[in-house]
Write a protein that binds this ligand. Structure first.
Ligand SMILES: NC(=O)c1ccc[n+]([C@@H]2O[C@H](COP(=O)([O-])OP(=O)(O)OC[C@H]3O[C@@H](n4cnc5c(N)ncnc54)[C@H](OP(=O)(O)O)[C@@H]3O)[C@@H](O)[C@H]2O)c1
Length: 272
């Protein structure tokens, strides 16, 4: 978008930042297409947008299926006569310490936060380049700056997105297609409601979405907030590894969002 965006597609629009972004963009005259897995919640968000005089369409979708995501976006682009703004916002958290971490804990995070974001961002890219017009937005995180405790899969998924978006922006310079990387700190949403630890500078979702909309309209390359946590996260990037390993260690109580039983191994006491 920025200026003059007519139609926006937003993933993860059934709750939290995505739902609020949809409301705020619609209030500014953008027609919004809302995607996520839970249709009923999408319908509720769309109804609230229409009640406020905006235009919204619901397109249930699971972005962890990249082929279906690309197909849906291209079909919508055809039907709507061109989507101007793609916001890859869908994401899941994952809080588990490495001593208990298994592939099955990480797989959904990678499928949604990485595969889903890549499929969303690339689906319309060639068309946007051909049109000489478009805006791609990814919602990464300040947690992508360093390996955060009990967050290997989540932190790494956001580090991937930060670097991916930066490379896209470098390649797309001069094409008329803009790329914005949004790196929030803690925002009060259903995702963070599950956290049992102190979240410094926790932000209201409306404030967060307003900053994203402002950043999109100004076609900013990178949007970070809240500024105090963003400044600390920026500083953390320069902390040497030996110091980070000591500072970042999680000393709090167990923080696993989902408790998975430990595998039980049968030990043959008798041996052979
Ligand atoms: N809240 C924070 O403090 C914070 C900080 C930094 C970054 N972020 C990022 O901001 C984004 C939005 O998070 P949020 O805080 O607003 O969390 P949220 O309220 O839990 O929203 C996550 C959204 O992603 C959707 N989603 C999850 N899996 C999906 C899938 N497979 N296909 C399609 N949609 C899917 C969910 O909808 P369904 O379940 O209906 O599919 C939901 O609409 C995420 O990428 C998150 O990592 C959040």
């Amino acid at each position: 978008m920025g200026r003059g965006s007519r139609i926006a597609w937003i993933s993860g629009a059934s709750s939290g930042i995505g739902a609020e972004l949809a409301r705020q963009l619609a209030a500014r005259g953008t027609e919004v297409v809302l995607s996520a897995r839970r249709r009923e919640l999408l319908e509720e968000v769309a109804a609230s947008i229409r009640a406020a005089g905006g235009r919204a369409r619901v397109e249930p979708l699971d972005v962890s299926d990249p082929e279906a995501t690309v197909e849906a976006l291209r079909r919508l682009d055809d039907e709507l006569g061109g989507i101007d703004l793609v916001i890859a916002n869908a994401g899941v958290g994952n809080s588990r310490r490495a001593v208990e971490l298994g592939w099955e804990d990480c797989a959904p995070t990678i499928a949604i936060n990485v595969d889903g974001a890549v499929a969303s961002l690339l689906a319309l890219l060639p068309r946007m380049v051909e049109r000489g017009h478009g805006h791609l937005v990814g919602i990464s995180s300040l947690a992508g700056y360093r390996g955060m405790p009990a967050s290997a899969a989540y932190s790494a998924s956001k580090a991937f997105l930060i670097t991916f978006l930066e490379s896209l922006r470098v390649d797309l310079r001069g094409t008329g297609v803009f790329v914005t990387d949004v790196r929030p700190g803690f925002v009060r949403t259903p995702m963070t409601d599950a956290n049992r630890f102190h979240m410094p500078f926790l932000m209201d979702v409306r404030d967060a979405a307003a900053r994203v909309v402002d950043g999109i309209e100004r076609r900013k390359a990178v949007v970070t907030f809240p500024w105090r946590l963003a400044a600390l996260a920026q500083l953390a990037r320069f902390v040497p590894t030996w110091l980070w390993d000591r500072l970042a260690v999680d000393k709090g109580p167990a923080r696993n969002a989902v408790v998975r039983p430990r595998p039980v191994f049968d030990v043959d006491e008798g041996g052979s």
